[in-house]
Design a protein around this ligand. Sequence first.
Ligand code: NAG
Ligand code: NAG
Ligand code: NAG
Ligand code: NAG
Length: 190
Amino acid sequence: MDRLQLILVLFSYCLYLVLCQSSNLVCTKEFCDNYKQMVGCPGLHIACVAQNSTHSGTILRSATPCSCCETCLEHLREGEYCTIGWPGSPVPTSVCGPGLKCQLTSKDEHPICEKINDTECYKQQIAFDEANKNASFEELMGRPSCDGEGYFNPLKCNEEICYCLDKDGNRIFGEIAYSEYANLTMNCGK
Ligand SMILES: *[C@@H]1O[C@H](CO)[C@@H](O)[C@H](O)[C@H]1NC(C)=O
Ligand SMILES: *[C@@H]1O[C@H](CO)[C@@H](O)[C@H](O)[C@H]1NC(C)=O
Ligand SMILES: *[C@@H]1O[C@H](CO)[C@@H](O)[C@H](O)[C@H]1NC(C)=O
Ligand SMILES: *[C@@H]1O[C@H](CO)[C@@H](O)[C@H](O)[C@H]1NC(C)=O
């Protein structure tokens, strides 16, 4: 091997190391720390920073190498325009907030965020509110509690006990004496 050949071999080996190491990304915390320092992540939308009653959002991993950065899906409010996604559609930058869903209405060409009121939990909530307009605090404890998608929250309390529900509101294993802190001590179905 003459000198030129040696240099060529060494050079291709170096190139190989550089290329392979950058295409075979190993997603470690170190990689992301480095990435954030060298490339940087765009700032989160104000909605995801504020997380108050008027500005809120869902934080997701973004389409960056190794998903090192986070992105914000801003929550839309009732009556605001939204987009109905389909497979392969671009990732939206906003979604209807908790308790709302994106729906086409007959009178409008654009879908808007509407209250979810067609799940069993919301139906029971609406019926409960109708029947308990001037209820006392104790009576209000019986109000069905729904999660953001309209399913039952897993824990329900009355004045005596707290117990577990499945997402359709059926009672499942798990019961303790009433406690304000029941949701910290009970792991219903988890
Ligand atoms: C929520 O946060 C935003 C942005 O920081 C602010 O402008 C707004 O006044 C806040 N709303 C409430 C109700 O605190
Ligand atoms: C549920 O919401 C839709 C659209 O907002 C409305 O037309 C309908 O009357 C509501 N149903 C009930 C039971 O509130
Ligand atoms: C319920 O409260 C409203 C005011 O909040 C009052 O006008 C009404 O008379 C009350 N109804 C009953 C049945 O107590
Ligand atoms: C427990 O209940 C409190 C008050 O109702 C609520 O703010 C909190 O989010 C609940 N925690 C969990 C883990 O559900």
